[in-house]
Design a protein around this ligand. Structure first.
Ligand code: TIU
Length: 230
């Protein structure tokens, strides 16, 4: 895959394990599952027994990156972990492994848990998608499994992906690994991703850029923003 286009200067971000270079026209910002179900009380995250207040701390940094990326004219992809109302795309194994008291498809304080169209399934207002942006509803943890994401990115000639979102070791990491196997060069912004388990976040960051970037690169929103507006 080409790293640069003749018409756009490459952007270089200070990153681990080494600088990450991309061209805005062939790069997408991928925002994983910043939906009410994970970030606000009463959704899937809390139904699993997690303290969801940890996750909202990344919202301001995500907003800054999203605003800068929109100004730069880059492709934006928002994903949601979302199932059909009849749960035909939710394997019993996935549903059964939730908290027996409140599972995917059950009615919670924000509507049916992880079901398309329900209030809890909406992207949080602070990061609301524009009409021109891509929304991918995904039944799995990874954004590529059983979705049109790869085809859509190929049609747009996207080769590089910059990741934000939740949770770091579940849907973000799974999506980055799927992207890696499909040939994308991926960057994870460490202050724009969060986990219910700080030790899992730290381990995920370390294992992403280990071994020469075995999954991809990691950096910060500040490094990306200063590279976009030198
Ligand atoms: N449970 C957990 O940490 N995450 C998920 O179930 N989905 C996402 O990460 N989006």
């Amino acid at each position: 895959m080409s790293n640069t286009s003749p018409h756009n200067p490459p952007v270089t971000v200070a990153a681990q394990p080494f600088d990450y270079c991309f061209d805005v026209t062939t790069t997408a910002l991928v925002i994983i599952d910043m939906q009410r179900d994970f970030i606000e009380p009463g959704g899937f995250g809390e139904s699993l027994g997690n303290d969801v207040s940890l996750l909202s701390a990344i919202v301001p940094a995500c907003q800054k990156v999203l605003a800068a990326w929109r100004r730069a004219g880059g492709v934006v992809v928002h994903t949601r972990e979302a199932h059909e109302a009849d749960l035909s795309d939710c394997p019993p194994a996935k549903r059964d492994r939730g908290n027996p008291g409140l599972r995917i498809g059950d009615v919670g304080p924000m509507g049916r848990i992880l079901v398309k169209g329900e209030p809890g399934n909406q992207i949080i207002a602070e990061l609301a998608p524009l009409a021109s942006e891509i929304i991918i509803d995904k039944p799995g943890k990874g954004a590529f499994y059983a979705t049109a994401l790869h085809t859509t990115l190929q049609q747009l000639n996207v080769t590089h992906l910059i990741f934000m979102g939740v949770t770091t070791e579940v849907c973000v990491q799974t999506s980055m690994r799927e992207a890696n196997d499909r040939g994308y060069d991926s960057l994870l912004l460490v202050d724009c991703t969060e986990s219910y388990f700080p030790q899992f976040k730290a381990a995920t960051i370390a294992m992403t850029h280990a071994q020469g970037g075995i999954v991809g690169w990691t950096s910060t929103s500040e490094s990306l923003l200063s590279a976009l507006t030198p």
